[in-house]
Design a binder for this molecule. Structure first.
Ligand code: AMP
Ligand code: MG
Length: 344
């Protein structure tokens, strides 16, 4: 299949919407990361997403809408909980995905057999236009090969998906850089299943009590059931081995310099660059979690493009604010390999 490269023009947006309406796959820009979209109400179209990505069939997809009223219009859920309306008023359109009890209208391919559906209203104007013009709602996971770092540019999408999808529309680099925060309202207490651009602190301000799922920070025990199936896989990983160090800033510099050799690199912060002997890939300033999230996936991809990096050392990020989203992605990119220098 030849993958069309589309641009941010009215004609190309129309072409993208036509392809989607006809059951095809299009890589679309959103403010979080690029999504691989298909008509969410067609099981056959959605099945193509899993094939193109090599995504396990038990990992459900997020349904993207272009107006709050789409939830009712396309009969996506059994009922809209009051807390969903509160969250939507505050955070939509934006980087928050809300899980509710699904209606029978949602194909099994989308919900992966669960009785819930994840819904997001993206703020990216191109994403909104494509959804509206396709006259449906769009299932769209991140547009990477399953397991790889998520794409934040059209070039990243092409590097994974060229020849596997109908088109990709270049709408510039994604602003947030990590995927949406996922919160479920299907249980007694709202629970964050995946941290992202909207922070747990922001959610608590609006809803009061909000739990954070154990799988956000920790590796699931073998055989444990995942509330968010996507969290159980090694994910977001470059080919190079990522090792995280739990330590102070000084200890990080000393450890990397001591272990510096051919093929060793540092995924670090701006302030570390003049202090490190290893090749550096920087996420941004120390404590600037918003920039770190924005750059994370691009830097992980650059590590592989370098061609010579075998091992890359990074710090265990903070769990505060958007830091939690960076933590959640990096620890999966590292396959949970952490050296605790505070303990050795
Ligand atoms: P991606 O679109 O690639 O960012 O992945 C979507 C994430 O949302 C994955 O981690 C899924 O497991 C999660 N997800 C989607 N739908 C549901 C659902 N109904 N219940 C729990 N998690 C979900
Ligand atoms: Mg993904």
């Amino acid at each position: 299949m030849k993958t069309l490269l589309l641009n941010n023009t009215p004609e190309d947006i129309k072409t993208a919407a036509e392809i989607l309406k006809n059951g095809g796959l299009v890589g679309i820009p959103t403010e979080t990361v690029y999504g691989l979209a298909a008509d969410a109400l067609s099981g056959a179209a959605v099945a193509k997403i899993f094939a193109a990505k090599g995504r396990p069939m038990d990992n459900p997809l997020i349904v993207h809408i272009s107006d709050f009223s789409d939830i009712k219009r396309f009969n996506l859920v059994r009922e809209i909980p009051a807390s969903a309306k509160i969250l939507a008023d505050k955070f939509w359109p934006g980087a928050l995905t809300i899980i509710m009890k699904k209606s029978d209208n949602i194909p099994d391919e989308v919900s992966a057999g669960l009785d819930t559906v994840a819904i997001r209203f993206p703020s990216h104007s191109v994403a909104q236009k494509i959804i509206k013009q396709s006259k449906t709602v769009l299932a769209a996971p991140s547009a990477n090969l399953s397991g790889s770092p998520s794409p934040t540019t059209a070039a990243h999408v092409l590097s994974d998906m060229n020849g596997r999808i109908d088109a990709v529309l270049d709408g510039g680099a994604s602003d947030v850089g990590v995927e949406s925060t996922v919160i479920t309202l299907a249980g007694d207490v709202p629970r964050v299943l995946r941290p992202g651009g909207i922070t747990v602190e922001q959610l608590r301000e609006v809803l009061g009590e909000v739990e954070v799922d154990n799988a956000v920070l920790n590796k699931l025990e073998d055989g444990a059931k995942a509330a968010s199936p996507g969290m159980k896989y090694k994910h977001y990983a470059p080919s190079a081995r990522v090792i995280l160090l739990k330590c102070s800033d000084d200890e990080y510099i000393n450890y990397v310099n001591k272990n510096c050799a051919d093929g060793v690199a540092a995924l670090c912060c701006d302030e570390d660059i003049p202090l490190l002997k290893a090749k550096t890939f920087t996420l941004g300033g120390r404590g600037d979690y918003i920039t770190q999230a924005h750059r994370l996936f691009d830097e992980l991809r650059k590590i592989d493009l370098d061609g010579n990096v075998k091992t890359v050392y990074s710090r265990l990020p903070s769990v505060h604010g958007v830091g939690l989203a960076v933590y959640n992605r990096l620890i999966r990119a590292a396959g949970f390999e952490v050296i605790d220098l505070e303990k050795v």
